[in-house]
Design a protein around this ligand. Structure first.
Ligand code: COA
Length: 153
């Protein structure tokens, strides 16, 4: 198996949106949500593709990279590819890139019921910073998590 990380471009959005429908069937973002986000300068998108399967998308993520801070907007691994350390490889590669551009802190929000994602983020050292009450449209709280990054120099 050979995987590659590719910068997300407008031409990838249809496939990314199909992946989103599979990963978040109940609350998928629209194609326009992705399109609007990707047009923001500070927003970077990345996809993890399987080189052996014609560049099929295995995972995707979007994030704000602003001066020395970053915010992970979303990350998802397609259901059939989970628990194979691909999310770990993908997020780890992004964190290394952030260290290279001298980012000092990474923030994210996660549903308090999303045990897999919380376990995933904790495995990188993300810590609970606070709780945003009623953050999601269904009233669920969000956990705000933070990771301090050390410079690679
Ligand atoms: C969270 C997510 C990205 C993890 O991706 P993954 O490729 O399955 O994760 P990995 O195989 O790299 O796991 C790395 C570590 O994360 C933790 N982890 C991953 N899935 C977990 C789960 N279901 N329960 C508890 N811990 C989990 C474990 O510590 C794991 O290490 P281990 O396998 O040695 O125990 C994936 O479950 C996903 O796409 N979920 C749906 C989308 C989502 O909720 N995204 C986050 C909110 S935007």
């Amino acid at each position: 198996m050979e995987y590659r990380i590719v910068k997300m471009e407008a031409c990838h959005l249809e496939e990314v949106h199909n992946a989103e429908l599979e990963c978040f069937p109940e609350e998928a973002w629209s194609f326009k949500d992705f399109d609007d986000l990707l047009k923001i300068d500070a927003v970077k998108g990345y996809i993890l593709v399987d080189s052996e399967k014609n560049g099929e998308i295995v995972a995707y993520m979007m994030a704000y990279e602003v001066v020395d801070e970053a915010e992970l907007i979303n990350i998802a691994v397609l259901p059939k590819h989970r628990r194979k350390k691909l999310g770990n490889y993908f997020l780890n590669s992004w964190l290394k890139h952030l260290q290279e551009i001298e980012t000092v802190a990474v923030f994210l929000d996660v549903r308090e019921s999303n045990t897999p994602a919380i376990g995933f983020y904790k495995s990188f050292g993300f810590e609970l910073l606070g709780i945003r009450r009623n953050y999601y449209s269904d009233g669920e709280d969000a956990l705000v998590m933070k990771l301090d990054l050390e410079s690679t120099e």
